[in-house]
Design a protein around this ligand. Structure first.
Ligand code: 13P
Length: 250
């Protein structure tokens, strides 16, 4: 399986900064041969057109959106539809990122609606899941991951599975510098894999599972070598082209 290295730029970068980072990255990617890697960048909505433009002729890079609303259109002030994203040339979205769950109140039920809506509309979805520190300390890791995965992946059309990926991002490791250790990542990814296979059958073995949470150039190799780690979802270290590129090379 090709490794997916994804950059979540969150609410960072002016248009000019986004374009500059994208141009720098394009230059570095053009200078190397990385056949086993696929790069996905999730800029803010307003920076998507510039980043798409920069990578228009770079087939190993896809550009996705960090969010969307699960309805075709309607009175949803401030929200953005998949049709609007599709119009720009985007066909890939995140769903269930921990910042949207914990800062903006997205529930499992809402994340499930978003996941199935986007997959049914032909989009690729990177479903994000992960436990809080309190949940982990209470011994609830497997239960939480099973619950988040189970609710989001119930009732998916079979033809959409090639467009699904899951990102395990422990909430306590996001933006904190505390990366999960190899044993913790192995345990969580094995639990997610077994849940995904239980829900989706054998096809679930091919669903990429990415790790996210304080991924840096110095821990990327170790993470990518672990069983069931099919890629990385990178926040802070993806904002700089050189540090992100070091992770892409890992
Ligand atoms: P950091 O890499 O900054 O911890 O963020 C991870 C993340 O939330 C990616 O979606």
């Amino acid at each position: 399986m090709q490794k997916i290295i994804a950059a979540n730029w969150k609410m960072y970068k002016s248009r000019q900064e986004a374009r500059k980072t994208a141009v720098d990255l394009r230059g570095m990617l053009a200078a190397e041969d990385l056949p086993g890697k696929r790069v996905v960048i999730f800029p803010s909505f307003t920076n998507i057109p510039d980043v798409l433009d920069v990578f228009a002729a770079t087939p190993c890079v896809a550009v996705g959106a960090q969010n969307f609303y699960p309805a075709s259109e309607g009175a949803y002030t401030g929200e953005i539809s998949l049709a609007m994203l599709g119009d720009m040339g985007v066909s890939q979205v995140l769903a269930g990122h921990s910042e949207r769950r914990h800062l903006l109140g997205e529930t499992d039920e809402f994340v499930a609606r978003k996941t199935s809506f986007a997959l049914n509309q032909g989009f690729s979805v990177m479903l994000c899941i992960g436990e809080t520190l309190a949940e982990r300390e209470a011994g609830d890791l497997v239960r939480i991951l099973s619950r988040q995965t189970g609710s989001a992946l119930a009732d998916l059309p079979e033809d959409c599975l090639a467009r699904l990926s899951v990102a395990y991002e422990p909430v306590w490791a996001i933006g904190t510098g505390k990366v999960a250790g190899p044993a913790e990542v192995l345990e969580a990814h094995a639990a997610v894999r077994s849940r995904v296979v239980r829900i989706l059958g054998d096809a679930g073995r091919n669903v990429p599972i990415l790790y996210g949470g304080s991924v840096k150039p110095d821990n990327a190799v170790t993470l990518l070598e672990l069983d069931n780690v099919d890629g990385l979802l990178v926040g802070g270290a993806s904002l700089n082209a050189e540090s992100f590129m070091q992770i892409v090379r890992a």
